[in-house]
Write a protein that binds this ligand. Structure first.
Ligand code: SF4
Length: 342
């Protein structure tokens, strides 16, 4: 049996914890065990590099949920955070979904509970609840329609103008949606992801000053989103070089760009994939301390142990899963969500 003694989990995102020789041995065993179990390994864009590299599929949360729903594999090993594995389970209730560390949570998903949402709804009877996919299954079950970062504006536009909207949990995505749709009757929950909220307007100012010709990719959960778009509106940033995208959208943009430098405002783990997609461009973090400790809880060692033991199954009560699935399917019915989620 292969054993891996990895260094402590990184908190800087784009670093390896295994030597090349350790990686080869570990990756061969991960693939062998996955084949033996009939498992597919999915990795989010913010996972450590080794896990992104060994996974059968790497991408954003919505993409991975779709792969989970469509795969023929009996078992899904989800390398991401708890709400993502729950979403895969909601969409694929007949499959076993394993999460290598159940403590891999999310500060954004934790910013609203189902109880808080029920109380908010009681204060606004008749309002339509739109929840970002970064929510627990219990919150999705209290939701009318889910959204991703790439289709949030379309979801809001699909709701009649005269209906009040409760948007949760991300205040920065909510403010972005309000701005692009021009909807006034939208109430926004004051939640945030501690990692994205920490990418600030001052980071943007200093990085743009240091890299004046760089393209700019911003995830709408970031605390700097509004100031970046204000710079575009004021003519201080060229619109053609500035985009607000999901992590999946960033990967597509990175593969296509011919820019010499690209500033990236999101969790730093994505830099590994962007650099792999395009070696001719320099990808620079807008804030190099933007690392998600929850994402880094999924270590090579824990992934291997999960495949060895089969432990770590995600369970969602049937009634909660059924109501949550309706909210996700309502989103899909509005239109092709494309790449999306975090
Ligand atoms: S980066 Fe933020 S939104 Fe993403 S999993 Fe971590 S805490 Fe949650």
């Amino acid at each position: 049996m292969v054993t891996v003694t990895a260094a402590a989990p990184t908190v800087t995102g784009d670093e390896r914890t295994l030597t090349p020789a350790q990686y080869e041995e570990w990756a061969a065993e991960v693939r062998r065990l996955a084949d033996e179990r009939g498992a597919v390994v999915l990795a989010h864009n913010y996972q450590v590099p080794e896990i992104q590299d060994v996974a059968h599929h790497t991408g954003d949360s919505l993409y991975l949920s779709r792969v989970a729903a469509q795969t023929d594999a009996r078992e899904i090993v989800f390398c991401g955070v708890h709400f993502m594995a729950e979403t895969a389970k909601i969409l694929s209730p007949e499959k076993t979904v394993l999460l290598p560390d159940h403590d891999a949570g999310c500060s954004l998903a934790d910013s609203i509970t189902a109880e808080q949402l029920r109380e908010w709804k009681a204060e606004h009877p008749g309002a339509v609840v739109v929840s970002y996919v970064n929510t627990t299954a219990a919150v999705k079950a209290e939701t009318d329609v889910c959204c991703t970062s790439s289709n949030a504006a379309d979801v809001v536009r699909s709701i009649p103008e005269d209906r009040e909207i409760l948007f949760c949990p991300d205040q920065f995505l909510g403010a972005h949606v309000k701005r692009v749709t021009g909807r006034e009757n939208i109430r926004i929950w004051a939640g945030e992801c501690h990692v994205h909220a920490g990418i600030s307007p001052s980071d943007v100012r200093s990085q743009i000053a240091a890299h004046p010709d760089a393209e700019i990719l911003v995830h709408p959960e970031c605390g700097c989103t509004t100031s970046v778009l204000d710079l575009v509106s004021n003519g201080d940033l060229p619109a053609e070089r500035t985009r607000v995208l999901s992590t999946g959208g960033m990967a597509e943009a990175a593969a296509a760009t011919r820019a010499g430098q690209v500033l990236v405002a999101t969790e730093v783990g994505i830099l590994h994939q962007l650099r792999a997609l395009n070696s001719g461009t320099q990808f620079i973090p807008m804030n190099d301390r933007a690392a998600c400790r929850y994402m880094k809880m999924i270590t090579p060692e824990k992934l291997l142990r999960t495949l060895q033991t089969g432990q770590g199954a995600i369970e969602v009560p049937d009634d909660v899963a059924a109501r949550a699935r309706r909210a996700v399917e309502a989103m899909i019915a509005i239109g092709e969500p494309g790449r999306g989620g975090e």
